[in-house]
Design a protein around this ligand. Structure first.
Ligand SMILES: [Zn+2]
Length: 322
């Protein structure tokens, strides 16, 4: 379907809201459980600025500046700190917060390296990494969510070894995203069979789910895109659709245009992921919790309030004139 023209200027902007007042909930700043982390590089020099890690088991997430990155890393940290705080305030799991960073990867100075999602044994391992002069900590497990790291394990002929495949290029260390000297790094081309961006499982299809919030004159547009498997895709669909159902109605343009579009868009796109078979057990990492269907989420019914109010206004207007 074609998307109607809309206010693209505000799309993909960072979606975080300054919090005021009493202390908001925070993610824990340390965990002994396995974490996943993203690498943030300097947009100008390509040098690693910091790492942002997250672990769902302890509800923990934080950013860690690289010791050798100096003041630029610290200056950039406020951005990632604020994004994590905002995610926590919106009730996201740490892994979902990371997924948001991947979906909207830029700060003023830095950028999340695509495909840099990596597993570490705990948060201290990421700290050690940030303090070291090397680029990778001792690995507990192969990087999760990295489609290139899991595919060749299947036993059959390695599809990436085929001559002509970009992944077979000797200069392309695909399991280790280039951390240094890639200022223009634009990410890898799509692999032939995409793996789910959240759990690494397949089959997965590239999809984009959206959320919309309208608050009088302020509107925000958020999206989560990338290849998603049946399980994670449905989870994202439910989360963003429910969010839109209760936050989407509170400005005029939202009520008549953006929110109906967002809901319809998500509904159509959700069919793509619902058609997929769930990844076989053992072939995927931790998946996004699908939760309950949208119609069983009480917040979704907030959407009825503005609709009923609108009906009331129309009916009362008609009866007054008659
Ligand atoms: Zn998945």
């Amino acid at each position: 379907m074609t998307e109607p023209a809309r206010n693209t200027a505000r799309r993909d902007q960072d979606v975080h809201f300054d919090s005021v007042g009493e202390g908001p909930p925070r993610y824990r700043a340390r965990t002994d459980k396995p974490v996943q982390y993203l690498t943030v590089v300097d947009k100008e020099s390509g040098a690693v600025l910091c790492y942002v890690w997250a672990g769902d088991e302890d509800d923990a997430a934080a950013w860690v500046p690289r010791d050798d990155a100096g003041g630029r890393a610290l200056a950039d940290g406020g951005h990632w700190h604020a994004r994590l705080r905002s995610a926590k305030e919106r009730g996201l799991l740490p892994s979902q917060a990371l997924a948001e960073l991947l979906a909207s990867p830029e700060s003023n100075r830095g950028r999340v390296l695509p495909d840099s999602l990596t597993t570490a044994p705990n948060s201290d391992a990421v700290k050690t990494l940030a303090a070291s002069t090397e680029s990778h900590p001792p690995m507990a497990t192969p990087p999760q969510g990295n489609p290139y790291a899991t595919a060749p394990r299947a036993g059959g002929p390695n599809p990436y070894a085929h001559p002509g495949q970009p992944y077979a290029h000797p200069g392309q260390p695909y399991a280790h995203p280039g951390h240094q000297g890639h200022p223009g790094y634009q990410g890898h081309p799509q692999p032939p069979t995409p793996a789910c961006r959240f759990c690494g499982g397949s089959p997965a299809v590239p999809v984009t789910f959206r959320a919309h919030r309208g608050l009088l004159v302020v509107m925000t547009f958020r999206k989560l895109d990338g290849p998603m498997c049946g399980a994670c895709g449905v989870a994202v669909y439910r989360a963003l659709t429910t969010e839109t159902l209760w936050q989407g109605w509170w400005s005029p343009f939202s009520l008549f245009l953006f929110t109906p579009f967002t809901l319809l868009h998500n509904l159509v796109v959700s069919r793509k992921v619902k058609k997929l078979q769930a990844p076989a057990p053992g072939q995927h990492g931790r998946q996004v919790d699908p939760g309950v269907p949208v119609h069983r989420r009480p917040l979704a019914y907030v959407g009825l309030v503005p609709v009923l109010w609108l009906l009331f206004m129309i009916v009362s207007g008609l009866t007054r004139n008659s």
